[in-house]
Write a protein that binds this ligand. Sequence first.
Ligand SMILES: [Zn+2]
Length: 265
Amino acid sequence: MGLVCLIIFCGSFMFVVSNFHRGAVKTVSLHWPTLPQPNHSTKPQMPSVLVQPDKSTLPKPAEPIKQPSCAERACVALTFDDGPAAATEPLLNHLATRHVHATFFVLGMYVERQAPIMRRMVSEGHQVGNHTWDHYRLRDFSPAVITSEVQRTNDIVQQVTGVRPTIMRPPYGETNLTIMSISGLPQILWSIDTEDWRDRNSGVIAQRVINSASSGAIILLHDIYPTSVDAVPAIIDGLRAKGLEPVTIDELLDKPTEVREYRHR
Ligand SMILES: [Zn+2]
C-alpha cells in the first residue's frame, strides 16, 4: 500500500512540476485515489404507492373561531368616550378577561401621551373612533376649526396605532350637515345614556345598563371615571345573562360608511 501511494504521489508531483515549467499550472494540487462510491443499484426502492396514515386518528387543525354576526344574534355596543385616561388600562384588563371588544371614542389631545395604551387597545381588537381633539361644541366653531379638530385626531391615532378612525362621535352628540360633510365620517351617537358623569356609583351604572339594554343598543360610557370602569364586569355578565353579546360599532352596524347619524342598529 505504501509503495502504491509513493508511486501515485511521485507521478502526480512529476506531472505538476513538468507543467509548472511550461507555465501551464498556476496552482499545485495533488491527486489522491478516488474513494469507492456507493452502489446506487443496491439502494432500497420505495413502494410506488405510499401507505397513507389513517386521517381519522390525526388531531384536526384548530379552526378560527367564527362568531355569528349581529344579523344572527342579539348584540349591543359598549362605547367609551373622552379617554384614553388612567382608567383605560384596567378597563382593557376587564374586557380581555371576558373576551369582549369595545369601541373607544378618543380625544386626540391625549393619544400621544397614552401611546402604549392606544397600541394595546388596537392590538387587542378594540375599535378606535374620533371624538375630536379638544372636545369643543363643534357647532359653535368655524369650518376651519372643525376640520382641524377632526383631521388632527385622525392623524395622531393613525400615527400612534397604524389605524385611521372610520367613525366619529361628535362631542355632546351634537352634529349637523357641516360637521358631517367636513368629517366625511358616520356620526355614531347612542341609544342608552348611562349618565355616568353624574352618578359615580358602579352598582347604579351597571344596573342602569342591564335594565335598559336591548338588541341593537349603543351604550354610552366614559373611561375617564373609575366608577364606570369598575362597573364593566357586572355590565358584561348582566348583558350576557339577557342574551346580549357586547361587540364593537363595526360589528353592530356592519362597518358603517354612510355619513349620517346612527343611534342603534
Ligand atoms: Zn365626550
